[in-house]
Write a protein that binds this ligand. Structure first.
Ligand code: ADP
Ligand code: MG
Length: 339
């Protein structure tokens, strides 16, 4: 009886051991087997998106680029006439409001919350102001002629069409006053990086993949790297130079906002693309009168949208209030003060 039992146990153990060996061997084979580097770059949302991914699995870069194009064209760009944001803007002032997709409702609700938390320093309803200044158009060389800053009257008129507290979202519909325009320029890249992360997680490739996705100045690191990932912080005072290096590990979002990114000059004064929604002027310029002005602000957090929104908000707020806001959201902040 005893021998019979032992024999049975021996056979069972042998089978288990064999199964384990087969399993380990196949995992090892898969682990040590082909790791490939997949790199791709594309011009999306007015900037360069570059993907650099090491993966044991299939090449994900084609799908990730497609996600960027879909977001820009279908959802986020106010420069594309049939994107959801353009349709919303085209229906401002409609008494019955305008229906939102679930995706857009989530984005806009989060943005309005950040506006409230930042006392309006971050405000996606500033479309009338960004249109008036059109710094992107001047900085990119798209506009002909000479840039002249808008008059105080023009600014106060545009300001009257802005203000997150005038927007209402109810029963999946948005209600905004006539003439108001939403501008998601500050967060599009962060939303993209969040989508990339979801795509990678949904396809369960998280463990067999590592790398970096850079959407302009917004970066997502993927997985682990020995010694951590090094993120270079652009020198706001010397174009093309690195000011400092930050080390991050795992899935993290880093986003930088600064006055050096896009700007135009008029009579020796620099007018850049981040506007203080309270004054209507680029943050830090004479009329804006921010004494705590930073040259650039970098936010590191677990969300792309959040790091993007907070870098813009903290830049507008100035260093002291910016640090308080980052702390409230549990995000890391790196400030380069103005000289
Ligand atoms: P970049 O797009 O260069 O990375 P930001 O993320 O800071 O810089 O976003 C700047 C863009 O956001 C502007 O081009 C404009 O479209 C929009 N914007 C400017 N000021 C604000 C603001 N105070 N709140 C929200 N969006 C803003
Ligand atoms: Mg931003």
């Amino acid at each position: 009886m005893g021998i019979h039992f032992d024999k049975k146990r021996l056979i069972t153990s042998l089978i288990s051991a064999l199964l384990l060996i087969i399993l380990t061997a196949s995992v090892l084979k898969w682990r040590t087997g082909n790791i490939n580097n997949y790199s791709q770059a594309a011009f999306i949302m007015g900037t360069v998106f570059s993907l650099d991914i090491n993966s044991y699995g299939d090449d994900p870069t084609g799908d990730l680029i497609a996600i960027g194009n879909r977001l820009e064209h279908d959802l986020l760009s106010h420069r594309i006439s049939d994107s959801e944001i353009s349709l919303i803007n085209g229906n401002s002032g409609t008494p019955e409001g305008y229906p939102l997709t679930a995706e857009m409702e989530e984005i806009l609700t989060t943005c309005l919350q950040i506006s409230a938390d930042s006392n309006g320093a971050f405000d996606i309803t500033i479309g009338a102001l960004t249109d008036l200044w059109d710094i992107d158009g001047w900085a990119s060389g798209e506009n002909d002629g000479e840039f002249i800053p808008p008059s105080a009257d023009m600014i106060s008129d545009a300001l009257s069409h802005c203000g997150y507290e005038k927007v209402r979202i109810e029963d999946h519909r948005i209600y905004m006053p006539e003439g108001m325009k939403l501008d998601l320029g500050a967060i599009g890249k962060g939303i993209y990086l969040d989508e990339c992360r979801s795509y990678i997680q949904e396809n369960q490739t998280t463990n067999d993949l590592s790398g970096i996705i850079a959407a302009g100045g917004s970066i997502l690191t993927l997985g682990e790297k020995e010694g951590g990932w090094t993120i270079g912080i652009t020198d706001p005072f010397n174009s093309g130079e690195i000011y400092d290096k930050l080390s991050v590990s795992g899935y993290r979002n880093t986003s930088t906002s600064g006055s050096y990114e896009r700007f135009v000059e008029y009579r020796g004064v620099r007018y850049h693309h981040i506007i203080n929604p309270l004054t209507g002027y680029p943050t830090g310029c004479a009329e804006d009168n921010n004494k705590d002005y930073s040259a650039s602000v970098t936010i590191i957090s677990d969300s792309g949208l959040m790091s993007d929104a907070l870098s813009t908000a903290c830049f507008v707020l100035g260093e002291t209030k910016g640090r308080e806001l980052a702390k409230k959201y549990g995000a890391d902040i790196y400030v380069i003060p103005e000289k």
